[in-house]
Write a protein that binds this ligand. Structure first.
Ligand SMILES: NC(=O)c1ccc[n+]([C@@H]2O[C@H](COP(=O)([O-])OP(=O)(O)OC[C@H]3O[C@@H](n4cnc5c(N)ncnc54)[C@H](O)[C@@H]3O)[C@@H](O)[C@H]2O)c1
Ligand SMILES: [Zn+2]
Length: 342
């Protein structure tokens, strides 16, 4: 097992890569604990969970809502949760985002930790302390920054993931390499087959490196005042695509990164060779690289992006593989470039 500690203003968060769900109990304090999970996880892993009350939520992005939070709060009251209760979220990005939010606001905040059960949540979603839900058609519109005390990344749980869910996780790994680590990107290029077949050593290395990159960014800018924005590489487009389709988050991010790379190229920041390398790697990882949504239609919701500032939006561009820059681009310019790219 390898561990990474993320130290922010008022908290330490321990990410434990290679730890097992079966050892969860040793990370929990004495006293009342309540587990928040989803119906799929329960189907596979109920027997491996420690014997605490369980609140289960439905699966899929449509359940990442205020209604689900209300359901959780009602159950917490039923279970007589108080200030001393400890919350554990066991699941993917959705469970962790919702459980972290519920724990952060119930009675002004309970202690909480996660067992992260998808590749995407191990490398990205459950690390870094962003918790929240969608509101209306806006992704992650309501939420808080609050670090979990621990995140167990159990590699064995990834074996029961649907293939498309497993593959979607690679999008955020490619992102980590593209924005901050040429060596991780090159390692992936050299190990595509092993990564896809969930080779233990390869998987542990890429999960570890991705978490290390995210930890480094989050420690320097927990509340996303500047640097942390680089983690949104490809995401302005991705959120627009997600809004208009049933794409998985990772699939939308893959398409978004291809567009953002081409845009970086067009703006003169990135070489065509590097832009092609990104598209090739995503494609070899069996991720979609062509937008399934008409770009013009995707453009309108992009104006609602949380990163907007007046008539412009902050976007993450690449200068080379391993180096990102954040620049403002006006909607007018963006629209023109997108028209060119279509
Ligand atoms: N907070 C952040 O910083 C952050 C970062 C990236 C993504 N996210 C969010 O994460 C969410 C996506 O997370 P995700 O990709 O993990 O999706 P998810 O949580 O929906 O999980 C994917 C599916 O796999 C099932 N599942 C989970 N673990 C399993 C396992 N071990 N075996 C079998 N099935 C399993 C789930 O029930 C679900 O159906 C999005 O809402 C996205 O916005 C958040
Ligand atoms: Zn993402």
């Amino acid at each position: 097992m390898r561990s990474i500690t993320i130290t922010t203003e008022n908290k330490q968060s321990h990410v434990l890569i290679g730890e097992r769900l079966q050892n969860l109990r040793s990370y929990l304090p004495d006293g009342k604990v309540i587990i928040i999970t989803d119906d799929n996880i329960l189907r596979y892993y109920a027997a491996d969970m420690p014997p605490f009350p369980i609140i289960s939520i439905g699966t899929g992005e449509k359940h990442k809502t205020l209604e689900t939070l209300v359901h959780i709060f009602e159950k917490l009251i039923e279970h007589e949760a108080d200030r001393t209760t400890y919350i554990v979220g066991i699941g993917g990005g959705i469970v962790c985002d919702v459980a972290g939010f519920a724990a952060s606001v119930y009675m002004r905040g309970l202690r909480f930790g996660f067992v992260s059960s998808t590749l995407l949540s191990q490398v990205d979603a459950s690390v870094g302390g962003k918790n929240g839900v969608n509101f209306r058609r806006f992704k992650n519109m309501l939420g808080v920054f609050n670090q979990p005390e621990f995140v167990i990344c159990d590699p064995f749980m990834l074996k029961t993931l649907e293939k498309n869910e497993f593959i979607a996780g690679f999008a955020e790994i490619v992102k980590a390499g593209a924005i901050k680590s040429a060596p991780l990107f090159e390692y992936l290029e050299a190990n595509v087959d092993k990564a896809l077949s969930a080779h233990e050593e390869v998987l542990e290395k890429i999960v570890y490196e991705s978490v290390r990159i995210k930890a480094d960014v989050v420690e320097n800018d927990e509340k996303e005042k500047g640097l942390r924005r680089i983690l949104n590489f490809g995401h302005t487009f991705a959120h627009a695509f997600e809004n208009m389709s049933d794409l998985l988050h990772g699939e939308a991010v893959s398409m978004g990164m291809v567009l953002a790379s081409r845009l970086s190229c067009k703006m003169g920041y990135l070489s065509k060779t590097d832009s092609d390398r990104i598209e090739n790697l995503l494609s070899r990882l069996q991720l979609p690289v062509k937008p399934v949504v008409e770009l013009r239609k995707a453009f309108e919701p992009m104006k609602q992006d949380k990163k907007r500032e007046g008539n412009a939006v902050f976007m993450v561009f690449l200068k080379q593989i391993g180096e990102a820059v954040i620049e403002k681009i006006t909607y007018k310019n963006l629209e023109e470039v997108l028209n060119d790219l279509c």
